[in-house]
Ligand binder design. Structure first.
Ligand SMILES: Nc1ncnc2c1ncn2[C@@H]1O[C@H](COP(=O)(O)OP(=O)(O)OP(=O)(O)O)[C@@H](O)[C@H]1O
Ligand SMILES: [Mg+2]
Length: 286
């Protein structure tokens, strides 16, 4: 069994890349700061006679975190599914950096940097935590044909994977079988995989669902760290209002498929329509 010694940096070879390099995205992405990265126009989907998402005009600026809130059945997940391509809208359009992507498949959207956490489906349960992240790094890099080149790719990919595990506070479990992780640790691993794939836009649908009370703060801290690095755009669906209020740059509120408010946490907190429709008039944080 390998030990942690494996991860001590060797001069000149190991750890050539720091986490800042890993989290740094291409310059063209940095130049896109404060331009809408995703925009929708009149996005609508019907299931039979039911309009689940109803003419939603939405935009999220690059490198900000936007939360989508609303009561159960408001259309949050359905809206996500149309952004990431799982559902085709009945009408309306989705744009990524000004380019219409309504017709693109989920895989094509992933290639363009839209990374969705798929509730554990992209984790290989019988591989270790490190192997799962390393595979994600390699799948991003592609494999070379030259053996020596492959070897270097492997070790570099492993180093990169380990640094990402440190970043998501999962490095102590690097050698654990993924299936043996707690629910919260699996969610961290999922986020690590999205970071390894260098997804520029992270879609997180209730990342703390099903977690024990003790596990939630670590996820909150992780999302805060990623947000503070300001090199990812994050879209979060979450029912925990404390978390939404503390993490979000902007919040949009869906009710019965309609966008009823969109603004800063403070604006949303004080919004009368939101208080009446969503918070039951009490404007409570939980
Ligand atoms: N594939 C589908 N076929 C039929 N109806 C659907 C489908 N997907 C979603 N719906 C309906 O669309 C509406 C919105 O559901 P959605 O799951 O988006 O809500 P949500 O806001 O994510 O709720 P929650 O907070 O409970 O996760 C619901 O009435 C749901 O039953
Ligand atoms: Mg949902």
């Amino acid at each position: 069994m390998r030990s942690l010694e494996r991860f001590k940096p060797l001069p000149g070879l190991r750890f050539k890349k720091g986490i800042r390099d890993l989290l740094r995205l291409d310059m063209d992405m940095a130049e896109n700061k404060m331009t809408p990265v995703i925009e929708t126009q009149g996005l609508t989907i019907r299931f039979g006679g039911h309009v689940a998402v109803d003419h939603v005009n939405f935009r999220i600026e690059s490198f900000t975190l936007k939360s989508i809130i609303g009561p159960n059945g408001a259309g949050k997940t359905t809206f996500f599914n149309m952004l990431t391509g799982q559902y085709k809208p009945t009408s309306g359009k989705v744009f990524l950096k000004g380019e219409e992507i309504t017709h693109l498949s989920p895989a094509q959207r992933t290639k363009r940097g839209m990374g969705r956490s798929f509730q554990l489906t992209n984790i290989f349960p019988f591989l270790t935590v490190l192997e799962n992240v390393r595979l994600a790094v390699q799948s991003r890099q592609g494999f070379g044909f030259n053996f020596w080149q492959n070897y270097l790719h492997f070790s570099e990919a492993e180093d990169e994977a380990y640094i990402i595990l440190k970043d998501v506070l999962l490095d102590e479990k690097w050698n654990a079988t993924s299936a043996a992780l707690t629910h919260g640790e699996k969610r961290k691993l999922e986020i690590a995989i999205l970071l390894a794939l260098k997804a520029e836009i992270l879609f997180l649908d209730e990342p703390t669902a099903g977690m024990s009370q003790e596990e939630v703060p670590a996820i909150l801290e992780l999302l805060q760290t990623i947000r503070d690095a300001r090199n990812r755009t994050m879209l979060l669906v979450e029912h925990k209002m404390d978390m939404v209020m503390s993490l979000s740059d902007t919040i949009m509120v869906l009710q019965e498929g309609k966008l009823i408010a969109d603004g800063s946490p403070d604006e949303i907190y004080r919004n009368k329509a939101v208080q009446e429709a969503y918070l039951g008039g009490g404007a409570s944080h939980e």
